[in-house]
Design a protein around this ligand. Structure first.
Ligand code: ARG
Length: 262
């Protein structure tokens, strides 16, 4: 009987079918397996919104530039429907709420699967830094395999869920190097390419709605939430844009965007 229940819950998780909480594997929590937190602990976190709904995360790079994922903007949304909320623990209230003046997707995004999944947003209203709004420096070297990183966001609490938590969530995960992530230790193989880095801890992960948001280790931005097979599925790490590999693009593109519009 016990065996039957375990098999059932794994199958229903993979199919993302509704099940009673009692049959779910222990994925309680937010993000997946995280805890509620406040913006003062992660003052670089922003919510990128489309037509009034949270759609992706992002990180404050400077007074007027936010880093997010290319796939968050690859449908080329009109500037008029985009907003960025900064300085709030809640995606739907508080802080500042800026319009978007421009955005720029990495020129090589998607040339190789989900490679170069990074983009910049130029804010219409520059941010005033405070205890709840602060930039995060970019990593220039990738964190080592096994380093502890923290991922934050308003993404779903589990694979297949349709509801977003309103309060920011945080989870600690272990970094998995590109080489290890693409090896047969995990399920992705060649889908994991040059500009990616992974993170994996059993029962914990980023999930839908966390995309574009920060993975931070050692006080610097090491990753941007990009993709994964489901969320917190065994053998399938979360995959992140590798900021160390992309930092020169961010610096040059931020300079270009800022001067073009000032
Ligand atoms: N692509 C997702 C988004 O748009 C993020 C997926 C992250 N998945 C994961 N298993 N870590 O929000």
């Amino acid at each position: 009987m016990l065996k039957f229940v375990i098999v059932l819950s794994v199958v229903s998780c993979v199919l993302a079918a509704p099940t009673s909480e009692g049959l779910q594997p222990q994925l309680d929590g937010r993000i997946v397996g995280g805890v509620p937190t406040t913006i003062s602990s992660f003052p670089w976190q922003i919510s990128l919104q489309r037509s009034g709904s949270h759609s992706c995360g992002g990180s404050v790079y400077s007074e007027n530039i936010v880093v997010t994922a290319a796939h968050c903007l690859s449908s080329m949304p009109a500037l008029s429907i985009l907003r960025v909320r900064a300085g709030s623990s809640y995606w739907n209230s508080g802080g500042i709420f800026s319009q978007v003046a421009a955005y720029k997707i990495h020129e090589l995004y998607g040339q190789d699967g989900m490679s170069n999944d990074i983009a910049l947003i130029l804010l219409a209203t520059p941010l005033k830094f405070s205890s709840t709004i602060k930039p995060i420096p970019l990593a220039v070297t990738a964190p080592p395999d096994g380093a502890v990183a923290v991922i934050t966001g308003w993404g779903t609490k589990r694979s297949g869920s349709q509801t977003l938590p309103t309060q920011l969530q945080a989870v600690n995960l272990e970094v998995v190097s590109l080489a290890k992530c693409a090896s047969n230790a995990y399920g992705y193989g060649e889908e994991v390419t040059e500009t990616m880095i992974c993170a994996y801890t059993s029962g914990k992960d980023s999930c839908q709605g966390d995309s574009g948001g920060p993975m931070v280790a050692g006080g610097v931005l090491v990753g941007v939430v990009s993709w994964g097979m489901g969320c917190a599925f065994p053998n399938y790490p979360g995959v992140y844009a590798d900021v160390a590999a992309l930092h020169t693009w961010v610096e040059n593109t931020a300079d270009a965007l800022t001067s073009q519009f000032n």
